[in-house]
Write a protein that binds this ligand. Structure first.
Ligand code: ZN
Length: 318
């Protein structure tokens, strides 16, 4: 059991002066410091002048494998950024070893983040996430729009997912990330979601992050067109936005960004009981626009905040 006495304690929207907390795994008591001092005496830890106790923060969306980035990537617009990620991907991922990932996790802890959602593209961050002191939702990412490659890519995804499922500790949740509507073939999406549903795993997906994604999914044109043509010989989007959302009908999902979603898509998100992950700094650095919170309120769509990775933010401090 621990007893912490602080100058102030923030709970349920209220600031309580000279209050402390008694807890082990859960909170046992919140009381004035004098009460706790007389009850527990020497067992109390005085946090001192200016100390504030607040609930742990949750960073719901990070990409730890890209934590080596400081100034390698191009900001300002989504497509130049994505191209710079693809060009520097190997270098950045190789530069971030377990020590780099662990330091990034520690940085989050020092910023009050006691739980985070890590989207893992390669599984290189598995070990540090498993050893982290925080609660971790470990999202193994499924990606691949080329049907010819579907089996191989699904096999690679399964390998990473199974490896994370073998590691067991309290507060570590192996989960599934579907990369995005433009990058994952429907066969893969449906397979991944079926597995997640069967095993009751949490699910996340990027959705409607950039104006370029909007244009590509709506009309197979815009800045994504030459990108897909050059990299994958693809002239048509892997899914329309509507098709993509329909696969998630029965799987409550954490959709990340959703900045460019239409009113109809937001209604579908509300009907599906989904949640939005809002990463405002990432959206700003990549010039993707601003998430309008008003329709979210009107449609009673829940949203939580995230920083996104150091690939599109300068800090993981919420
Ligand atoms: Zn992301």
């Amino acid at each position: 059991m621990h007893i912490l006495l602080a100058d102030a304690l923030f709970t349920d929207g209220t600031i309580l002066r000279d209050h402390g907390i008694v807890f082990d795994k859960t909170i046992i008591d919140v009381s004035p410091n004098d009460t706790l001092r007389s009850r527990y005496g020497e067992q109390c830890t005085e946090l001192g002048e200016g100390s504030v106790l607040i609930p742990g923060l949750i960073n719901s969306h990070v990409h730890l494998e890209f934590s080596a980035n400081r100034s390698t990537l191009t900001y300002g617009e989504f497509m130049p950024w994505l191209s710079s990620v693809i060009a520097a991907r190997d270098e950045l991922v190789n530069e971030c070893d377990d020590g780099c990932t662990t330091r990034t996790i520690e940085m989050m802890l020092s910023n009050g983040i006691t739980a985070f959602g890590a989207v893992s593209s390669y599984g290189f961050d598995l070990e540090p996430c498993f050893k982290a002191p925080q609660k971790v939702v470990f999202f193994n990412e499924l990606i691949g729009s080329d049907p010819m490659m579907a089996d191989a890519l699904y096999g690679n995804f399964q390998e990473r997912l199974f490896a994370s499922q073998e590691l067991k500790r309290e507060g570590f949740y192996p989960s599934v990330a579907i990369h995005s509507p433009y990058s994952v073939h429907r066969v893969l999406i449906q397979k991944g979601l079926k597995y997640a549903q069967d095993k009751e795993l949490r699910v996340t997906a990027h959705f409607m992050e950039s104006p370029a994604e909007r244009e590509w999914l709506d009309s197979n044109s815009g800045a994504f067109a030459p990108f897909f043509q050059n990299f994958l010989k693809q002239t048509q989007a892997a899914n329309t936005a509507e098709e993509f959302l329909s696969y998630f009908r029965d799987v409550p999902t954490l959709f990340t960004h959703v900045v460019q979603a239409s009113d109809k898509e937001l209604s579908t998100i509300a009907e599906g009981n989904h949640t939005i992950i809002h990463c405002p700094i990432s959206n700003r650095l990549l010039g993707n626009g601003v998430l309008d919170l008003k329709p979210l309120e009107e449609k009673t769509i829940r949203f939580v905040c995230g920083t996104d990775g150091l690939s599109s933010n300068y800090t993981l401090d919420l």
